[in-house]
Design a protein. Structure first.
Length: 100
């Protein structure tokens, strides 16, 4: 039996911004979050053609600067943890594209 957990679902948007590749949702299949999804992830294409993932965040002012509070952060503040999640989402996207 396949282990349940979570999966990524990609949602194409018509008439979106020029470099928007897809929006993504993380669907939870078991545990206390079963039956819910986390939205706000997006895949974008850089000017060089590289696809990358952005996470939900909130902008706030810090003096005259504009900064962002990312909603997805590592418990131990390790940037490698967030990079791993981005790599997982990109990997799932590539699987979907290869199957199409």
């Amino acid at each position: 039996m396949a282990k349940k957990g979570m999966q990524v679902q990609f949602v194409a948007r018509e008439n979106g911004p020029e470099r928007l590749v897809s929006e993504a949702e993380v669907l939870f299949e078991d545990g206390p979050l079963a039956g819910t999804k986390l939205v706000g992830f997006s895949l974008w294409k850089s000017a060089e053609g590289e696809v990358y993932v952005t996470f939900p965040s909130r902008a706030f002012g810090a003096g005259s600067e504009r900064r962002f509070f990312d909603y997805l952060r590592a418990i131990d503040s390790s940037p490698e943890t967030v990079k791993r999640v981005k790599a997982w989402i990109l990997g799932e996207y590539r699987k979907v594209e290869a199957a199409a």
